[in-house]
Ligand binder design. Structure first.
Ligand SMILES: [Zn+2]
Length: 303
């Protein structure tokens, strides 16, 4: 004990201990909240409500302006094949491959935008950048803050939000290295896509991928390869290669031994694999284990 310490029985010491306990309880509570948020899995008895915030650059060329028009139709559920209503339907079909819930809509997408933005969002921190804890924290805070700012004009509160940031050719160099990311804790997904025709398909595929991260799914690729068997839609197919579909969390179609996976360009080729279905709570562990033990009847009904 140092000389400045008050006697053990003094009221001051009791106050200090009480304060310390309050601080500790607060930290403990925060820790539990974070743990809970990171383990959250949707309750599929209800439709999951998702807000999609479409962002487009304020400075767009006439060509990009035309793409913006198409983007607006894309958002407003136009007659194109790759639309947000098609993505909603995709969730319905994928759930139906595992369980019988006729007429049930697992995911409902509400769309706002496209909202114009100037400048570029601060880049999110990336794995492998070697950032210190403090820099990582600061970069994450700035990145999330920029997007929270975009929500100011959006009425209503949504439990799940995915931002789709479209960018023009003049900003391609800024966005090239920026990958779509998700924060399960914040229940926010961030998708980046070029303002082109292919960009809309890429956006759709990445919205599905990031949304499934929010619902608890993990990535299923190892470097450039799809992890076997979890990153394959039909790991027990005979012959095994070529595969027909891409697992949504692996995003590649294994075609031949020793060859790179075909990239997932069309969202029609995207399926929810068995491990992803277990992670997001569509099936239980026992069924997952049965499947990977070789019982294909426990897997999805593919056509
Ligand atoms: Zn991912």
């Amino acid at each position: 004990m140092t000389t400045t310490d008050p006697p053990a029985s003094s009221p001051w010491r009791k106050v200090r201990i009480a304060l310390l306990l309050v601080v500790l309880a607060g930290a403990g509570l925060k820790y539990l909240q974070v743990r809970r948020a990171e383990r959250w899995v949707p309750d599929w008895r209800a439709t999951q409500q998702v807000l999609l915030v479409l962002l487009a650059p304020a400075s767009a060329t006439p060509d990009e302006q035309a793409e913006l028009e198409r983007l607006t139709r894309f958002a407003r559920l136009g007659d194109d094949k790759a639309t947000l209503s098609a993505l909603e339907h995709w969730f319905e079909v994928e759930l139906g491959r595992y369980v019988d819930r006729p007429g049930f809509k697992p995911v409902q997408l509400r769309v706002t935008g496209p909202h114009a933005y100037s400048g570029a969002p601060p880049p999110p921190p990336r794995v492998g950048e070697g950032l210190s804890f403090r820099d990582r924290y600061r970069r994450t805070r700035d990145f999330l803050g920029w997007y929270e700012e975009r929500l100011k004009d959006v009425p209503g509160r949504f439990p799940n939000i995915v931002f789709v940031t479209f960018y023009g050719a003049d900003a391609a160099h800024v966005f090239r290295g920026v990958h779509s990311v998700a924060s399960r804790r914040e229940r926010r997904g961030f998708v980046f896509a070029p303002l082109t025709d292919q960009g809309r398909d890429a956006a759709l595929i990445n919205v599905a991928h990031e949304l499934l991260h929010l619902f608890g799914a993990t990535d299923k690729y190892e470097g450039e390869r799809c992890a076997y068997p979890q990153g394959w839609v039909e790991p027990f197919k005979e012959p095994r290669l070529p595969q027909r579909f891409a697992e949504v969390m692996a995003q590649g179609i294994p075609v031949a031994d020793g060859r790179a996976e075909a990239s997932l360009d069309l969202f029609e080729a995207m399926r929810v694999g068995v491990e992803t279905a277990r992670e997001i709570g569509w099936i239980d562990e026992a069924r997952r284990d049965r499947y990977y033990a070789g019982d294909v009847s426990a897997g999805p009904r593919l056509d």
